[in-house]
Design a binder for this molecule. Structure first.
Ligand SMILES: Cc1cc2nc3c(=O)[nH]c(=O)nc-3n(C[C@H](O)[C@H](O)[C@H](O)COP(=O)(O)O)c2cc1C
Length: 309
């Protein structure tokens, strides 16, 4: 199940998705997070954010809707203290970076680069951020976020500028709400992205009929979980056929069968998010399931089935 992508070795292709696994410790009571191929941190922004007011998460048929609003302690705090939580984790660390403007994306990325350099030179005893997962697809923040991820012009600008300040692999996380996700993926590759991850949540609406009001203060919220899997799978296939860099597929992956579908659609790696809310052992179960499937189907390497659809 080992795989090298973006020049980084993963012990398996299974990664915990941003915003659903904290900084890795949240599920330690269930299983050792080091069994995972990777962990994507909760979305970090330059400034700490308290997140959105009102209801932030609600169940719906086949999934959940969230409007967290990127609550996080800020990049600087995370790199100086929060990351300690991840010190004994032996999985690849993806630092999920959000922003509210071009400048805040660049500055956040610069701080990560500075941190990595200090760790490399042994000036800081900490973990490196192995990969930046640039979130240009958050639907729940008023400024920035998705604004960069729905048009090619927006994506072009932010990827080009962030690329200039970071030397670690840069993976850009795309939104299903984009005008044309394959064109945006191609733009990101052209501007120097080492990989593409997709999809973030699908913009959606839930109404409280007794109150005659939307459930979420921002009216719309992001839908995730099994309900979005067929949409995600199609987009992962489309993007995989468009770009030549590795793709991380996600959106509704709950079981190993789901993960295999994404790999057959072209994904090099997969992420599971909402699944952990239904089954805290989801990550472990998906890894075990892929292993069993490979044995049963006599698959020596996932390359044999990647992108066959
Ligand atoms: C509660 C919650 C918080 C999330 N926070 C982030 C975030 O901070 N950054 C990000 O890039 N994606 C975030 N996401 C999106 C997930 O990483 C993932 O792209 C999406 O949920 C689809 O995968 P899933 O259906 O397996 O959950 C969040 C999702 C949920 C449910």
């Amino acid at each position: 199940m080992k795989i090298n992508a973006f020049g980084i070795d993963f012990k398996n292709p299974v990664i915990a998705a941003s915003g659903t696994f904290g900084f890795g410790n949240e599920y330690k009571d269930y299983y050792d997070p080091s069994i995972l191929g990777g962990i994507s941190t909760k979305g970090l922004t330059l400034e700490s954010r308290a997140g959105n007011k009102g209801i932030r998460i609600a169940e719906t048929s086949g999934g959940v809707m969230n409007s967290i609003g990127l609550e996080n302690p800020g990049v600087e705090y995370f790199l100086n203290q929060g990351i300690e939580e991840m010190n004994d984790i032996e999985s690849v660390i993806l630092g999920n970076l959000g922003g509210s403007s071009l400048d805040t994306y660049i500055e956040g990325a610069r701080l990560i680069e500075e941190h990595n350099k200090k760790v490399e030179k042994a000036e800081k005893n900490s973990k490196k951020i192995d990969i930046i997962e640039l979130n240009i697809s958050c639907p729940n923040v008023k400024e920035g976020g998705i604004a960069f991820g729905i048009t090619c012009e927006g994506a072009e600008k932010v990827v080009r500028e962030v690329r200039k300040v970071v030397s670690c692999p840069l993976v850009v996380k795309l939104s299903p709400n984009a005008e044309n996700i394959s064109r945006i993926a191609a733009t990101c590759e052209f501007e120097g992205a080492d990989g593409i991850s997709l999809i973030n949540t699908v913009s959606a609406l839930k109404i409280d009929i007794r109150k005659r009001k939307p459930v979420f203060n921002n009216i719309y919220a992001g839908l995730s979980g099994p309900a979005i899997k067929p949409i995600a799978l199609k987009m992962v296939r489309d993007v995989s056929k468009t770009v030549s860099v590795p793709v991380i597929g996600m959106g509704g992956i709950v079981t190993y069968e789901d993960a295999i579908e994404f790999i057959m659609a072209g994904a090099h790696l997969i992420q599971f998010g909402t699944a952990s809310f239904m089954n805290p052992y989801a990550g472990r179960d998906i890894i075990d399931g892929i292993k069993r499937f490979m044995e049963e189907e006599n698959i020596k390497n996932l390359d044999e089935i990647r992108g066959i659809i």
